[in-house]
Design a protein around this ligand. Structure first.
Ligand code: NI
Length: 224
């Protein structure tokens, strides 16, 4: 399942991030790529131990926790600390698969889901689409500043070359409580239908029963 999350960051959070990115310490992004990816990764990445990086991480993760769809769609268990990258003219990140297991500061994180939060205005640059190929076909994603896309980390993906302007994005991986994309999708659909039922008809014996079914499926499928 590929899901876009609209307006994760509001205007004031975006402006705080852009202030932090001013005069930031950017490094050659290929240094943090695996062997396979190094030759095709042409971008710059914000130094992950910098104060700016830590502040941006806190803003992005705090905002995602407030987003109504994020928890339901991702069922996050462990999150690998978000990073920020930029692609200027001629820069790109060619087709690749992300590493399956990442060594984070608090232990290993299996990458079940990848998330990119777009940080600047899509009209300010040309190219730079995130192209994702999976069972849902091939999609090219370029979202409004502050919006995010969540997709299975098992997908082949790339950042197409930027031809003009600059693309700035924040990205991270997460290990979900529910490893299977199919099971996680069923839980998400059930949760969305229940929310809609409640909004239309209020609480009933049926919504209570279905909420029980949701939690009992999660109990069956969750790994903690
Ligand atoms: Ni990637």
């Amino acid at each position: 399942m590929l899901l876009t999350l609209d307006s994760v960051l509001d205007a004031s959070q975006l402006s705080a991030i852009h202030q932090l990115l001013h005069d930031a310490d950017w490094r050659d992004g290929s240094h943090s790529a695996g062997n396979m990816a190094r030759s095709i990764k042409h971008n710059r990445q914000l130094a992950s131990d910098s104060a700016a990086s830590q502040r941006i991480r806190a803003i992005v993760l705090g905002a995602l926790q407030q987003h109504p769809l994020f928890f339901s769609a991702a069922l996050p268990h462990r999150i690998f600390p978000p990073r920020v990258n930029r692609h200027g003219p001629g820069e790109y990140y060619g087709p690749h698969y992300d590493n399956a297991v990442l060594r984070g500061p608090e232990g290993h994180v299996r990458s079940d889901l990848s998330c990119t939060v777009f940080l600047n205005d899509p009209d300010s640059y040309s190219g730079g689409e995130l192209q994702i190929a999976d069972t849902f076909g091939e999609q090219r994603i370029k979202l409004a500043a502050g919006s995010a896309v969540l997709y299975p980390s098992s997908s082949l993906h790339q950042v197409l070359p930027v031809t003009q302007g600059e693309r700035i994005g924040c990205f991270f991986w997460l290990q979900s409580l529910v490893r299977s994309n199919e099971q996680r999708r069923l839980l998400y659909e059930l949760d969305m239908a229940l929310t809609s039922l409640r909004q239309q008809h209020g609480e009933s014996a049926e919504t209570t029963q279905l909420t029980g079914t949701y939690h009992n499926l999660l109990r069956l499928w969750a790994e903690t």
